[in-house]
Design a protein. Structure first.
Length: 365
């Protein structure tokens, strides 16, 4: 049995080392260019564009994932106080980004199998609210792959703007679109990270140009015509991002090995399920399990930390609970009591995974 001197943490972010970052710091010191779309930011954007098979001006770096969502909503120039549909089952930042730009979030329940929005429910909601729905935010739950072609068709057929919140999605799983902008978080907990940062990915050059202007106070060649914000990425964060990108293959292989080991050890489908393709063709910096029958509580385990990353659903947070009935979100409610985040980080040992899995299975007997 594994000896436990202290709890295994649920998350232990690891950024590139000081030695790896130092050459970029020397460049920053030499350039004396620290922000405002500097050369290292441009280099980071270009390398990401090349990786995704895009051309220049298809990716915008931002200060974080939430600001990326806000910029997309502002760039679409949606009618003030109009409705933006989003899942009840998501991290609170999705809903907060809608509020922050003067729009109204309306929650919809999700599918049980993949935790994504049920598009039939979305159609029903649009028909009820009619002209007040200006956009939809689709969330990729903990990196689950998104059918972008289906969403493009839905956007066209229903004449509604769509944004994909791909905060935790692997960069290699993103399929860029001209119709649907996708946002990514580069927070320290993510696979590709720069401590704090975000991306907007779109094949629509004009969309990125407008979002870039709005990320810099709305400044453009024609003056300031719109109210922007300061959502730019600094040179320092871009330097970390470039170092992280250089280690992408190594990072991917390691977290894929973690996913496969968890999947193998917790393969009792009568007790536990994973999100689609996890440990098969997909991996993440989060290992999320869902109990089929018994609720999973964070205090059930003494030797390792666990976390309810999305808490109990947006509709249950005090910010929104007075406006939304708990009864309207039965699937979110069930998922929130039956899911748990297990330890997942870059130096997690196989022996520790074995120990964690053994304890989880004991608790579910």
């Amino acid at each position: 049995m594994l000896s436990m001197d202290k709890k295994i943490p649920v998350c232990k972010p690891k950024l590139p080392s000081a030695k790896e970052i130092f050459p970029y710091l020397e460049r920053i010191d030499s350039n004396r260019f620290y922000s405002n779309f500097g050369p290292i930011v441009k280099e980071f954007e270009l390398e990401l564009e090349q990786r995704l098979g895009l051309h220049n001006n298809n990716i915008l770096t931002t200060s974080n994932g939430t600001s990326s969502l806000e910029l997309c909503l502002k760039t679409f120039n949606l009618e003030k106080n109009s409705v933006v549909l989003c899942p009840s089952w998501t991290f609170i930042a999705t809903a907060q980004s809608i509020l922050n730009v003067g729009l109204k979030p309306v929650f919809i329940d999700v599918n049980f199998n993949d935790w994504c929005l049920d598009m039939e429910n979305v159609k029903t909601k649009i028909s009820k609210i009619k002209k007040n729905v200006s956009a939809i935010i689709i969330v990729s739950p903990f990196g689950t792959k998104i059918d972008i072609n289906m969403l493009e068709n839905f956007s066209i057929e229903n004449n509604v703007k769509i944004i994909v919140d791909a905060a935790a999605m692997s960069i290699d799983d993103i399929k860029p679109s001209k119709i649907i902008p996708q946002t990514v978080s580069l927070h320290a907990t993510k696979l590709l990270n720069c401590a704090e940062g975000g991306l907007i990915i779109s094949k629509d050059d004009n969309f990125i140009v407008e979002a870039r202007s709005l990320s810099n106070f709305g400044i453009s060649s024609n003056g300031i015509n719109e109210n922007g914000n300061n959502f730019k990425m600094s040179e320092y964060h871009a330097a970390i991002g470039l170092c992280s990108l250089k280690k992408w293959t190594e990072t991917s292989e390691f977290f894929f090995s973690i996913a496969k080991h968890y999947k193998k050890n917790l393969s009792d489908e009568k007790k536990i399920r994973f999100l689609p393709d996890y440990g098969v063709t997909r991996f993440n910096s989060f290992c999320i399990i869902q109990s089929i029958e018994k609720p999973l509580l964070t205090h059930n385990f003494n030797n390792f930390e666990t976390r309810k990353w999305w808490r109990e659903g947006c509709h249950r947070e005090p910010l929104f609970s007075s406006k939304f009935s708990d009864a309207n979100f039965p699937i979110t409610n069930k998922i929130s009591s039956h899911y748990l985040g297990l330890p997942c980080f870059s130096d997690l040992k196989v022996s520790e995974i074995d120990f964690i899995c053994e304890d989880v299975l004991k608790k579910l007997k």
